[in-house]
Design a protein around this ligand. Structure first.
Ligand code: COA
Length: 382
């Protein structure tokens, strides 16, 4: 590629695919899954129904949803040797690494070697959605020295995940919060991990490799990992009264310091998902006292609005999600795996879409090196 003017760092504003899965208007905080606003889905729908909607393109009939739900429940259990593999993982390793390795291994236990078989596709699609919560919970329990629990097929997706983590059923309110969080994180147009899934999928790699690649992409602190960093940041600040001095000292050391959980490539107003998560947090905390981390988050949002608001930098989904997860007892390093458990629905929707009329991704580069260099034998180099 000779025209450097065409190069856009981070591919900003460069369309990478045609997609009908979701729509985002970052100036108006509109996010729709297959045309339906995400706020409506978070209140009215379930993660199972939203997964079908994203992958199949329209809301399921009662029978379709019942069959899909049944198929998911049947695929929650994992092979005993995969459990052994998880037990061998280092207890101080990150659960995202455990998930990444386990999803690649799932593809060995439940192979889908060819992407041209629709029945195998659908089996892998359901297995990935159904088994990722089992894998995450298995790692979390193992590192705590606890037995891995068998999935419960009498519980829905969110309820079963909570049970697998804690060995007890969630209250209806907590189940609804977890379900809403999964819905809010299920899809978000052409972000880094979705692009990764499409690139890997375009090579006709297996669905397990495709999703494992996307998990790796999601793990970074500029993407899914920001929710962990956001909660740690509120804990580091410690108290709403210390927000201003904390931010002043960060900016004094580094004027480009990035506050975690704010800013977005596309949103120039507050992320609609952050607004819903804040409502969920408000609702959860009405009867008990608000945690310090939530009070601190509110104050940080207020202070940042004054500094960064004029640049269109506002809270994104990661600003309040950690506060909500923490309130229901989920360990901080499991926030990003939950993001993956939700986003797998969107990744799979894009993978299915990519395979229709697929063309392998092969972009260009702007070459900045030197041509015609001589090979100097090792002994003659300084
Ligand atoms: N805190 C302070 N300033 C920020 C900021 C943040 N979180 N995010 C962006 N900015 C500023 C940058 O310093 C830059 O300022 P400049 O124009 O004066 O140089 C400008 O906004 C553009 O930032 P940039 O990093 O180039 O934007 P991007 O589109 O490449 O990055 C993010 C988007 C999400 C990676 C970025 O906003 C970020 O790192 N946010 C924190 C991590 C996070 O919450 N990620 C989750 C995203 S859902």
């Amino acid at each position: 590629m000779s025209n450097e003017a065409e190069y856009k760092p981070g591919l900003e504003d460069v369309p990478a695919a045609k997609s009908a899965v979701s729509f985002l208007d970052g100036k108006k905080a509109v996010l729709e899954y297959r045309g339906i606003p995400v706020e409506v889905l978070a209140k009215e729908s379930s993660f199972e129904e939203v997964s079908w909607l994203l992958i199949k393109g329209s809301l399921p009939s009662q029978k379709e949803l019942a069959d899909f739900d049944h198929g998911l429940r049947q695929r929650r259990a994992i092979h005993y040797r995969l459990k052994d593999l998880i037990k061998c993982m280092p207890a101080d390793g990150h659960p995202m690494d455990a998930l990444h390795a386990s999803v690649a291994a799932l593809g060995m236990f439940y192979p889908c070697p060819t992407v041209s078989d629709p029945a195998k596709h659908w089996d892998a699609t359901m297995r990935l959605i159904a088994a990722m919560p089992t894998v995450v919970a298995a790692f979390v329990r193992t590192r705590r020295g606890e037995e891995i629990l068998d999935p419960r097929d009498d519980l829905d997706h969110a309820g079963n995940f909570y049970y697998l983590l804690f060995g007890k059923e969630p209250t209806p309110a907590v189940r609804k919060v977890l379900d809403a969080c999964l819905i809010l994180h299920a899809e978000h147009t052409m972000n880094a991990s979705t692009f990764t899934a499409r690139v890997t999928g375009s090579t006709l790699a297996t669905p397990y490799q495709t999703i494992a690649s996307a998990i790796g992409s999601l793990s970074g602190p500029l993407h899914g990992g920001a929710n962990e960093e956001a909660l740690r940041q509120f804990e580091e600040i410690g108290d709403p009264a210390k927000v201003k001095s904390w931010l002043d000292s960060k900016l004094a050391t580094n004027p480009k310091y990035k506050v975690m959980g704010i800013g977005h490539r596309v949103y120039k107003v507050k992320d609609a998902r952050a607004t819903v998560l804040q409502e969920i947090a408000e609702h959860m905390f009405t009867e008990s006292s608000r945690p310090k981390s939530y009070e601190t988050a509110l104050e940080l949002e207020r202070v940042c609005a004054g500094i960064y608001g004029p640049k269109g930098i506002y809270p994104n989904v990661d600003f309040y999600s950690g506060v909500v997860y923490s309130a229901i007892g989920i360990p901080t390093d499991v926030f990003t795996p939950i993001f993956a458990i939700a986003r797998v629905a969107g990744w799979l929707a894009h993978w299915h879409e990519q395979l229709v009329g697929n063309r392998i991704f092969r972009p260009e580069q702007v070459f900045t090196g030197q041509n015609d260099q001589k090979y100097v034998p090792l002994e003659r180099r300084p």
